[in-house]
Design a protein around this ligand. Structure first.
Ligand SMILES: Nc1nc2c(ncn2[C@@H]2O[C@H](COP(=O)(O)OP(=O)(O)OP(=O)(O)O)[C@@H](O)[C@H]2O)c(=O)[nH]1
Ligand SMILES: [Mg+2]
Length: 354
């Protein structure tokens, strides 16, 4: 899973990136996209490690990009933003970081703090960038369909679709509303439209605005959370003990970065199943609706090929009963077949034969 953190300049994108990845904050004005593999926090693994005493604990990970802040206010800024936007087309989801705190480094022409305005600006730019892609594609396809070729039928179908998409954007409707069939989705998949990507909005608030729920401030139905990137960064710099103290002082139970990563997971429709043993306790990231057979393939292609059964119990049951032995006595260990739909928190021991 690959996600890009994007925002207007000085929104706190790099601060949030640093808080979740532990990497140094990119200096203001940096032009390079930074990348980090971020472990997905999962308390269940910590508890399981206490039971199984494994040699190692392996967390699921999220591949995260920190994109320099966009400045659409002048020509060179727009050109830079465009180049960056082209480079994030292949990510699985977008995180839009929207500023709701005072920042003296933001040029005064941007006006007062206004999260809803900034969010709209970002969304409009993404939409325009998709529209541009559609327009270019239409021009190319119109030339192409005039000459006979192997792909003529498909090109004609795509041309029709692109025109429909163009009209949809011009009617100010979301692209997703115009894609009605899987065949249509397939025709345009490789274009990687930004406005078709799952999106999470992070409203970045000042430390003393934490109590307010800012999520409704952007006036959108998009998935949205609010947090203070600065505070998360400061928490990430502390050792466990000082962090716990600091959080107790502030009256917070969990760093918001955990909630942030969980939100990315749910925006993408992902869940985790777990494997346990004395060697390793591990979380595996899969899409909701994945079968046991495909989940086995995540672990190893041999396990998928030789799949016999998935011995399955839930983390919640293990947590309640305390041991696998007690679970067995309570009849809570199931043998599932290939078509079983894996659930979040399932602990699976695949039986296979190769
Ligand atoms: N008060 C407050 N300040 C913040 C917060 N998050 C970031 N900042 C400050 O905002 C400034 C910009 O932060 P960055 O993380 O560099 O922002 P950016 O969006 O990556 O900026 P560019 O990529 O350079 O455009 C820094 O001075 C941060 O300390 C926050 O939650 N609260
Ligand atoms: Mg930055």
């Amino acid at each position: 899973m690959k996600t890009a953190l994007v925002g207007l300049m000085q929104s706190g994108t790099s601060t949030l990136f640093s808080a979740i990845s532990g990497k140094k904050i990119s200096p203001t004005g940096a032009v390079a996209i930074e990348e980090a593999i971020v472990p997905v926090p999962d308390e269940r693994l910590d508890w399981l490690a206490g039971i199984y005493k494994p040699k190692k604990v392996v967390r699921a990970t999220m591949d995260c990009l920190d994109v320099p802040g966009f400045n659409f206010a002048d020509e060179s800024g727009r050109a830079a933003a465009r180049r960056l936007i082209e480079r994030i087309r292949t990510v699985d989801m977008l995180v839009l970081v929207v500023r709701a705190f005072e920042n003296k480094s933001v040029p005064p022409y941007r006006g007062e703090v206004d999260a809803a305005r900034d969010f709209e600006e970002l969304r409009t730019e993404f939409l325009l960038s998709d529209l541009e892609l559609i327009t270019t594609r239409i021009e190319r396809l119109e030339k192409q369909v005039r000459k006979p070729s192997k792909t003529q039928v498909q090109d004609k179908a795509e041309l029709e679709l692109q025109k429909k998409l163009q009209a949809t954007i011009e009617a100010e409707k979301p692209l997703s509303s115009a894609i009605e069939t899987q065949a249509e989705e397939k025709l345009i998949r490789s274009l990687n439209f930004l406005t078709l990507k799952p999106m999470l909005v992070v409203v970045n608030v000042d430390e003393n605005q934490l109590a307010e729920d800012m999520a409704d401030k952007i006036g959108s139905s998009a998935d949205c959370i609010s947090l203070s990137a600065q505070l998360e960064y400061e928490l990430s710099q502390l050792d466990d003990e000082s962090r716990a103290e600091f959080m107790a002082d502030l009256g917070i139970k969990e760093p918001a970065k955990n909630k942030f990563i969980e939100s990315c997971y749910s925006t993408l429709g992902l869940i985790s199943f777990l494997t346990v043993g004395s060697d390793e306790v591990r979380a595996w990231c899969i899409e909701k609706g994945t079968t046991a057979h495909n989940a086995a393939g995540k672990v190893h292609s041999d396990i998928k090929r030789g799949f016999i059964r998935a011995e399955t119990f839930s983390y919640a049951d293990l947590h309640e009963h305390g041991s696998e032995k007690a679970l067995k006595e309570a009849g809570k260990i199931r043998l599932e077949g290939k078509d079983y739909i894996v659930k979040d928190g399932d602990i699976i021991n695949f039986r296979f034969n190769v």
